[in-house]
Write a protein that binds this ligand. Structure first.
Ligand code: CAO
Length: 593
């Protein structure tokens, strides 16, 4: 078996690029053309495919490595036909892309002028055609990214096409309103085929050789180009300028908030990187896009955890797992659920929101960037889903805890030696159990069209930790006294802060309490911790004048904020629940009734 070093092929004008993904590991079998790594410069990301089939014996790069043309990506034992071809691979000569790979500079000669851009300054219907896409023939349309009526920006990707070697996006050579779409998924396209007709076209720059919409990625680059859009370089002002070399820093597809064009693409001169993204395409490499397509995963619903928010294969897998486990639904399935009468999964569908603003904050002052802790990312995703999918209402009330606080303080004095400090939260847990018993719909969960009523009382409490918000759960609070609850709460809070909570210690809650009492504030609107149907938020107690019928008395008042799921609970029930809770906290003997 021949040992072959697979090296970085000619990647155009990029001097040194960072490895942002390693897609194979030692021991893997790889095929010719299989992507090995994804690299990214400040202008583009692209995948580097294998020139040879075989078994990977050693991967020579890792995420963060800097590579350039000729850098060894990995070593493999060539197999089959590749072995004979690979003979030369033993030498230092890199086994480059199987597809012909003319140097970028040679490409313009074969590049036609923009197929259909109107002359400068002219406005009116414009036909957008398939530009020179290199050596590819009969490429399949695998994604149509626009629809009639859309306002199209120049350089905006219209379709994605795929050959057996590469996928690439075809951008629009002009801006305007899309009046006719001439292609659909599955169509086979060649150079010059009509993609769409635009109207109200704003003036594009005069077409030059290989200009926008026609810049031909050299076939080698098109092959490696992730979202290999055939975009023109920014500052191409004459035919002499090499059309395949990005020349505008910060270029790329701004709709994704990060440059993802193939080496052929950079935004046109005057492109404003701070303008709001059009939100057309999520940021992912072609292999991930293909993977997502195969699984039917809507990439636009995934928050990428990769560098610069790029969606990785793992993100797609995690999304699939979450949907499959029923913990979430896609917008499409949520919409179906909504259409079929509601229940879990409705709401949040078809929001039709505009894209998140993409701002170059550095324009306004110095900034720094920090990676977010994993727990924050996970809780953010859960909070977002819960906030979007649950029709929340929050009732505010006050509980007179003057006597209870006096009791708590004296109890703590008496028990000083025990080392267990009784906290107000422990009383709140006990009081909540009593309220959940009296109002069972608060101790329930939606399961499709059914309500699951629970005959157990596990209470979660939000704990603020250095890594983010966590919700440990105290089990069977109905069977435990305030002292035991206080003790368990102290232990679980410590574990949470130390990052040592087990999944079991965070699952199974019926109801959650979020106490900001130790920090401050008056009221807030806590987000329900699905699949629970309500949550109690508590803020700092203050001494207030309370009218007792004859005079104002100083009373210690505890602000309560109860958020509830309006699919399950009504306002009257919530007001009663809060009132009952306040009564118990006002006179804790009522817990015994
Ligand atoms: N009013 C006035 N004082 C209060 C109070 C209240 N409602 N609740 C607690 N306090 C006091 C306590 O008595 C304690 O005072 P001393 O030190 O003088 O005894 C002090 O505030 C600190 O209490 P604590 O926060 O340590 O204890 P706790 O039982 O109230 O809370 C825990 C424990 C784990 C819930 C808390 O530390 C925590 O993490 N809270 C944040 C929860 C959170 O982030 N919620 C928001 C979720 S939504 O983003």
């Amino acid at each position: 078996m021949a040992t072959v070093e697979v090296k970085v092929p000619d990647i155009g004008d990029f001097d040194e690029v960072s490895v942002i993904e390693v897609l194979v590991a030692a021991g893997d079998m790889v095929d010719i053309e299989q992507s090995l790594i994804t690299v990214e410069s400040d202008k583009a990301s692209m995948e580097i495919p294998s020139s040879t089939a075989g078994k990977v014996t050693e991967v020579k790069v890792q995420v963060g490595s800097k590579v350039r043309e000729g850098s060894v990506v990995l070593v493999l034992e060539a197999q089959g036909d590749a072995e004979s071809k690979a003979g030369a691979g033993k030498s230092d000569e890199p086994q480059k892309a199987a597809a012909p790979s003319p140097s970028p500079a040679s490409a313009p000669s074969s590049a036609p002028s923009a197929p259909s851009a109107p002359p400068s300054g002219k406005s009116g219907p414009v036909e957008i055609k398939v530009p020179d896409i290199g050596d590819f023939k009969d490429v399949s349309v695998i994604e149509v990214l626009v629809k009639p009526g859309d306002a199209i920006e120049k350089e905006q990707s219209l379709i994605t096409v795929e050959s057996d070697k590469a996928s690439m996006e075809i951008p629009s050579s002009a801006a305007g309103k899309l009046t006719e779409l001439k292609v659909k998924v599955g169509d086979k396209l060649n150079i010059g085929d009509l993609i769409a007709v635009l109207e109200g076209v704003s003036s594009p720059p005069p077409p030059v050789e290989g200009a926008v919409g026609s810049a031909p990625p050299p076939s080698g680059e098109a092959r490696v180009g992730a979202a290999a859009s055939a975009q023109a370089p920014a500052s191409r002002s004459s035919a002499a300028a090499p059309p395949l070399q990005p020349s505008a820093a910060g270029g790329g597809r701004q709709t994704e908030g990060v440059a993802t064009v193939a080496p052929a693409g950079a935004p046109p001169a005057g492109h404003d990187p701070t303008k709001a993204p059009t939100g057309k395409l999520p940021h992912a490499s072609p292999s991930v896009r293909k993977f997502a397509r195969e699984l039917g995963v809507p990439l636009e619903e995934i928050n990428g955890c990769g560098p610069k928010g790029r969606i990785t294969q793992e993100d797609v897998q995690n999304f699939t797992k979450t949907v499959m486990s029923g913990a979430a639904s896609t917008k499409a399935s949520a919409a179906k659920a909504a259409a079929s009468g509601g229940g879990v999964g409705d709401g949040g569908a078809g929001l039709g929101l505009i894209a998140w603003p993409k701002v170059d904050f550095d324009k306004f002052g110095p900034t720094e960037r920090k990676d977010r802790p994993r727990i924050k990312k996970i809780s953010a995703a859960n909070l977002h889903r819960n906030w979007v999918m649950i029709p929340h209402v929050t009732n505010h009330d006050d509980a007179d805890i003057t006597d209870l606080e006096a009791f708590r303080v004296s109890t703590n004095k008496e028990n000083e030696k025990s080392g267990i400090k009784v906290t107000m939260l422990a009383f709140l847990i006990k009081a909540s159990v009593a309220a959940l018993k009296k109002f069972p719909e608060f101790n329930s969960s939606l399961d499709g069209e059914q309500l699951v009523l629970k005959n157990y009382f596990h209470i979660g409490f939000a704990a603020d930790t250095p890594n983010g918000l966590m919700v440990p759960v105290i089990r069977d609070c109905d069977k435990k006294g305030v002292m035991q609850i206080s003790q368990e709460m102290g232990e679980l809070a410590k574990k949470a802060r130390d990052g040592k909570l087990s999944p079991a210690e965070m699952s199974g809650a019926c109801f959650t309490i979020s106490s900001l009492g130790g920090i401050g504030g008056r009221y807030f609107t806590p987000i329900i911790n699905a699949p629970e149907v309500s949550i109690l938020g508590v803020c700092r107690s203050t001494t207030e004048p309370v009218w007792d019928g004859k005079a104002f008395q100083p009373r210690l008042m505890l602000p309560l904020s109860l958020s509830w799921d309006h699919r399950v609970i009504d306002g009257a029930g919530a007001a009663r629940f809060n009132g009952f809770l306040a009564q118990i906290l006002g006179d804790f003997r009522r817990v015994l009734l």
